[in-house]
Ligand binder design. Structure first.
Ligand code: GDP
Length: 331
């Protein structure tokens, strides 16, 4: 399929044409150098039209109910007149060819709505690369007029930090009754949470969900809040009955109001953009070092030398950086 021109892409995205939005994101995800150049031209043209959405990160272990929750919340928001985009960051998708959202039938009611746009995780590259492409897709969605962008990720490891760094509000979904450690709830993830929602609070599970809520409230109490203007909330909800979904969305909008009023929202987005710049530089330097060092065949020997204690990490790093003409000398 030929790539549309820049003008066609801009016009298509701005008019909210879902096929064109899909093609714009495909372009952004492409690693072909000529595509990358066109993608950046597209993004810089769309940038003035971006920034208008509630950007919400949603995380939780597999089985916690993320896709059911997103479908239920997304449909409510669409019914209330909002336009909802759903994106994903799944670092495992490079291996499994798109596990999160790969199976769109999981959200078929939302996907069928003309006010919703659902896109699986990009499947190429490192977590940094996947996150970068999702962030750029988020900008495309905003320029297309989506006023809610939900970014789903799995509840394990570094991908949470990446998603929290591209969103305004980070929601962690939790199961009642599972051990905390089972859910990968390490301090790091709780510290990112602007709200925790205990899922599947319906039927026989209501009492357990309430107890879990109390436990998490207790745990959060001991932590420093995500912002001086916001105290993280712990809620219960059911995607099946719809109970608690309005409260979850209420937390998002209250948080937005609190941070916008104090200027923190704008400041945070500015900082995120700066962080993004450096993440791209870090990634590129690392990649360049790998490529150059691979040519010289020294990577494995240096890694082994560091692991066995024959040399220091600083000396090995200096040799790798030298290949780029860089010095690792400390300031
Ligand atoms: P994900 O892996 O986090 O995306 O989880 P899913 O959305 O696929 O849900 C996992 C399972 O939990 C499915 O069998 C769902 O039907 C079930 N489930 C999800 N939400 C609810 C809920 O609110 N109540 C109940 N009772 N079951 C739910």
């Amino acid at each position: 399929m030929t790539t549309p021109s820049l003008d066609e892409l801009v016009a298509g995205v701005r008019s909210g044409d879902r096929a064109m939005i899909g093609r714009a994101i495909t372009l952004v995800e492409s690693r072909r150098p000529d595509h990358e150049a066109l993608a950046q031209q597209l993004l810089v043209t769309l940038l003035p039209h971006s920034g208008g959405a509630h950007r919400v990160g949603i995380s939780g272990v597999p089985g916690v109910g993320k896709s059911t929750f997103i479908e239920a919340l997304g449909c409510r928001l669409v019914d209330a007149g909002r336009r909802v985009a759903v994106l994903a960051v799944d670092p495992s998708s490079a291996r499994t060819r798109g596990s999160i959202l790969g199976d769109k039938t999981r959200m078929n009611r939302l996907a069928a709505s003309s006010s919703a746009f659902i896109r699986p995780s990009p499947t190429s590259g490192t977590l940094g690369g996947v996150a970068r492409r999702t962030r750029e897709a988020l900008l495309v969605c905003e320029a297309a007029g989506y006023d809610v962008v939900l970014v789903e990720t799995v509840g394990v490891g570094q991908s949470e930090t990446e998603v929290a760094a591209m969103t305004d509000f980070f929601l962690v979904l939790m199961l009642a009754g599972a051990g905390d450690e089972l859910q990968g709830i390490k301090r790091g993830i709780l510290e990112l949470a602007d709200a925790l929602a205990v899922t599947k609070a319906d039927g026989d599970n209501v009492a357990a969900a309430r107890r879990a809520k109390q436990r998490y409230e207790h745990a959060l109490h001991a932590m420093s809040p995500t912002s001086p203007n916001w105290r993280p909330r712990v809620l219960t909800c059911s995607a099946v009955t719809g109970d608690g979904l309005d409260e979850v969305w209420g937390a998002v909008t209250d948080h937005r109001a609190a941070l916008a009023a104090t200027g923190e929202l704008a400041a945070r987005r500015r900082e995120q953009a700066r962080g993004w710049l450096w993440a791209i530089v870090d990634d590129a330097v690392r990649r360049a070092v790998h490529e150059r060092a691979a040519e010289s065949g020294r990577v494995a020997a240096l890694e082994e030398g560091v692991m066995s204690g024959d040399t220091t990490p600083a000396l090995a790093a200096a040799e790798l950086l030298e290949a780029l003409g860089l010095s690792s000398a400390r300031q």
